[in-house]
Every structure is written in C-alpha cells, then in structure tokens.
Ligand binder design. Structure first.
Ligand SMILES: O=C(O)CCC(=O)C(=O)O
Ligand SMILES: [Fe+2]
Length: 195
C-alpha cells in the first residue's frame, strides 16, 4: 500500500514515474541476462510483467559520531535485480567474492544494479547475489532502491542451461509469491516469537 504526503501530487507523479522507469530497466537487464544464459531473449518478459516489485525510499541521517556503525547491515537482496539510485553521498559497500569490502563509486546519472537471491536461485548459483551494506554516512544520505521480484505465479525453476550432468539443480521450483513469502517469514520470524 502506498501512503502519499498530502498536497504533493508532483511527488507522487515523480515517484510513480521512477517506479515505471526502474521496472523497464529491470526487464531490459533481464533480456541481457537471458542472452547471457543462452535462453530465449524474451524468457523473463512474461514473468516480470505483473511483478512483486517494491520501491523503497531511504533516508540515512548523518552518522558520524553515532554509536551504530552502519546505516544498513550486511545483506543480500531477495529479488532478481535491484535498481538503486543514490544522491551521490558515499556509504554503500559491496563484498568481493574473495572477501573484503569495497566502496561503490558514484557515477553521475548511473544506477547501481545488484543481483538478488531469486536470480541466484533461478540460475542455480551461476549468478551470485551481491552481499552489501551501507556505512553510516558522513552526511545525510538519500537513496531509492527498486526491488524486482517475479510475478506471483511465475515458476522459479532452475534454468535449463544452468544444470546438467554433475551439476544437479540445487533448488526446487517455487512460485514468485511463495518465494517472497518464505523470504519475508525468514526475515521477520523474530517478530512472531512469543515474549
Ligand atoms: O541505500 C543504499 O545504498 C542501499 C540500500 C539497500 O541495500 C537496501 O535497501 O536493500
Ligand atoms: Fe540491499
């Protein structure tokens, strides 16, 4: 559900416009992924046309001197791909496969695109979701993260080119809706525990 501030129709239009643009970019990226994975270029189109997508608008207060060292702890995103726009204030770091954190540079006009856990599952770990975190920024920081999960009824089953002799599927097929529900249950399990 969207809650909009009153009297700011311009904000609503800008945010909905950004949502649509990020969604289009996400689908376009999937055309590239499909070509890379050796499947039909439009394979993901019909699986991302009613997606479980979220645009999260984030604000990090200036953090230097605060007790909490991080703006966001280490995590991977759940979905297929995340399209992130930032205001250019540094803070985001990605973890290299070999370990070690690296600052993500700001390129004016560019988005930061992260592979998420769902695409990792779909590709049988051929693509890896990127662990990342946000350092408490020196200055106030704004970002907008668009998370693209598949359609609720899309079946996320290991893609044909990502499995074969000696490389069995590591995951069972699951619908987009069941996948996201399981991820959210995992994340918020502590909230349901008694006490
Ligand atoms: O604010 C950022 O740069 C990243 C935010 C993020 O990783 C997330 O919301 O999942
Ligand atoms: Fe993230």
């Amino acid at each position: 559900m969207n809650l909009w501030p009153e009297g700011r129709a311009d904000l609503r239009a800008a945010i909905l416009g950004h949502f649509d643009a990020a969604w289009s970019l996400g689908r376009l990226l999937h055309r590239g992924f499909a070509l890379d994975l050796g499947i039909e270029e439009d394979f993901f189109d019909a699986r991302l046309d009613r997606p479980l997508a979220t645009l999260r608008l984030l604000h990090y207060p200036a953090g230097s001197g605060q007790a909490a060292p991080l703006g966001a702890g280490e995590h991977t995103d759940y979905g297929c791909v995340t399209v992130l726009a930032t205001d250019g204030v540094a803070g985001l770091q990605v973890k290299r496969r070999g370990g070690g954190w690296e600052d993500v540079p700001t390129l004016p006009g560019a988005f930061i695109c992260n592979i998420g856990d769902c695409l990792m599952r779909w590709t049988n770990d051929v693509y890896a979701s990127t662990p990342h975190r946000v350092r408490a920024p020196e200055a106030e920081r704004y970002s907008a993260a668009f998370f693209l999960d598949p359609n609720p009824d899309a079946v996320v089953a290991v893609l044909p080119g990502c499995t074969g002799p000696g490389n069995p599927p590591r995951y069972t097929p699951i619908t987009g809706a069941a996948y996201l529900r399981a991820k959210l249950d995992e994340t918020y399990a502590h909230r349901r525990e008694p006490g």
